[in-house]
Design a protein around this ligand. Structure first.
Ligand code: G6P
Length: 483
């Protein structure tokens, strides 16, 4: 039967994420256009959008901006409006000062405010309504990430005909931490509106199932459970929810192609020359976020300089810290701390010619990032908690000559796939120091063996593989068994 809300809706495949897959670019004359956002998720979904009559529902990134749906390259885009207050309360507040720190092991203290929660509910409802008005009868909808956890259930109530997938890009916390959330039941009810929920690691899926059992009284068998609408007296309107892990990856082909370009390789050599031809280039690339362990990395690096184990001129650390969530208090504080540390170390160890840490508070174009990977001997990924960490996978994909060493925090999702990395507990500063030196001094043949094994993993598990697996599982759930 035709659902009452599906009138005018026409798209068979709808992706829903907080941000639209395009960024605004303003040219010299002040005119603004759109450019496809960088990142694996967007490039992986582009072909699916083009061949499946797809649409993408999301926020433009601006405040108080009313935009009509529009087309840009392969995407049909459906903008969701946020007022300036909602940017503060839904995005900076509940999403990034409540959920983000709570889901990342409370590295920063989460704040619980009822006004922020109300904004979260209201904005999630707006996303659900925009999606309901976009999806065709029987369409597949794929909702992304922690900003939109209430959308699955809200959408199912509006449009029970849809097939609903949800993917959580960040960690799902252990019950003992999730328990702090005053709205824990409502969040779990929101998520369980989906047919399939994907997590980065099996451990995240287990954390989630344990929370659902505790707070909703629903038990999973082999990753599946029957969920009934609130107040249901029988099983007629119930659905089966499946929960599993699908570790996300990167657009491997795009990185390899960029790494193979002579211009990219020349730029990599130029970067080393400009740094004064050091023996060892260390690199960190992160959004400036307290989950990334940037302070731990700089502390270890500074102590190695102090010990004389590393030397300015011979060794250099490039730290790219791209600006992120700059109006959120914990991010302002982190920036002060990191820039204080870098300033003190450089003040102490720099020479007229050389720097200890080349600190760059910018984002860079894709080609420059790949050139940086090629110019680097040792990549440092020291997150205190990280859903996946795609920088680690990008570094591995870029190193087609088999060179390069990866120091990787065991608290990343990526550590479960990149087992031959030099795995570290970044809280253990002595161990971190030892392993930084181990990476630098590791014999070339041993380092190559490790890199080759990691490359085999990444090259056979790219983001298309991730997406195919998730969408295939989602389809299978809804296909009645024929035998
Ligand atoms: C993480 C989140 C994404 C988010 C991105 C950038 O990767 O999982 O959902 O889009 O950070 O953060 P921002 O707040 O700028 O969207």
């Amino acid at each position: 039967s035709e659902s009452p809300n599906s009138e005018g809706a026409q798209y068979d495949f709808v992706v829903v994420s907080n941000r639209l897959p395009v960024d605004r670019v303003v040219d010299d004359t002040g005119d603004s256009t759109w450019r496809r956002s960088p990142g694996g998720l967007v490039s992986a979904l582009a072909p699916v959008m083009a061949t499946n009559d797809g649409a993408w529902v999301g926020w433009s990134g601006g405040a108080d901006e009313s935009l009509d749906p529009f087309d840009h390259d392969v995407f049909h885009l459906v903008p969701v409006r946020l007022s300036a207050d909602e940017v503060g309360q839904f995005y900076e507040g509940f999403s990034n000062a409540t959920l983000w720190p709570l889901y990342h092991d409370v590295i920063a203290p989460p704040e619980f405010h009822r006004t922020w929660w109300n904004a979260y509910k209201k904005v999630n409802r707006r996303f659900a309504e925009a999606t309901a008005a976009t999806a065709a009868q029987g369409a597949t909808v794929w909702i992304q990430d922690y900003q939109l956890q209430l959308v699955p259930r809200m959408l199912r109530e509006l449009r029970p005909d849809l097939t609903i997938g949800f993917f959580d890009h960040i960690p799902f916390p252990p019950l003992e931490i999730f328990a702090q959330l005053p709205w824990r039941r409502a969040v779990l009810e929101g998520l369980t509106g989906a047919d399939l929920i994907g997590f980065q690691r099996p451990g995240d899926a287990q954390n989630f199932m344990r929370c659902v059992r505790r707070y909703l009284g629903v038990t999973f068998r082999h990753g599946q459970a029957r969920i009934s609408p609130e107040g249901a007296e029988n099983d007629d309107d119930a659905w089966t929810l499946k929960v599993a892990s699908y570790p996300i990856s990167i657009d491997v082909a795009a990185i390899r192609e960029m790494a193979a370009k002579p211009e990219t390789q020349e730029r990599a050599q130029e970067i080393r020359r400009e740094l004064g031809d050091p023996t060892t280039v260390f690199l960190g690339v992160d959004r400036l976020d307290y989950t990334k362990g940037i302070r731990h990395r700089i502390k270890a690096y500074g102590e190695l300089l102090e010990d004389g184990a590393l030397t300015v001129g011979e060794d250099v650390l490039i730290q790219v810290a791209s600006p992120s969530r700059e109006r959120v208090e914990s991010y302002k504080l982190l920036r002060e701390q990191v820039e204080g540390m870098v300033g003190r170390l450089n003040g102490q160890y720099d020479t007229m010619e050389h720097t200890a840490i080349r600190y760059l508070h910018h984002g860079y174009p894709f080609q420059e990032m790949v050139a940086l990977y090629l110019a680097t001997d040792v990549m440092l990924v020291t997150s205190l908690r990280d859903g996946m960490n795609l920088v680690a996978k990008e570094y591995v994909a870029a190193k087609s000559d088999g060179s390069g060493r990866l120091v990787l925090s065991e608290f990343t999702g990526a550590a479960e796939q990149l087992k031959q990395a030099i795995l570290v507990n970044p809280h253990d500063i002595d161990e971190l120091k030892e392993l930084i030196l181990l990476a630098k001094d590791m014999p070339a043949d041993q380092a190559r063996r490790r890199m080759r094994a990691m490359r085999r993993q990444v090259l056979t598990h790219d983001v298309n593989h991730w997406q195919d697996k998730f969408l295939q599982d989602l389809t299978d759930l809804k296909t009645p068994e024929t035998s």
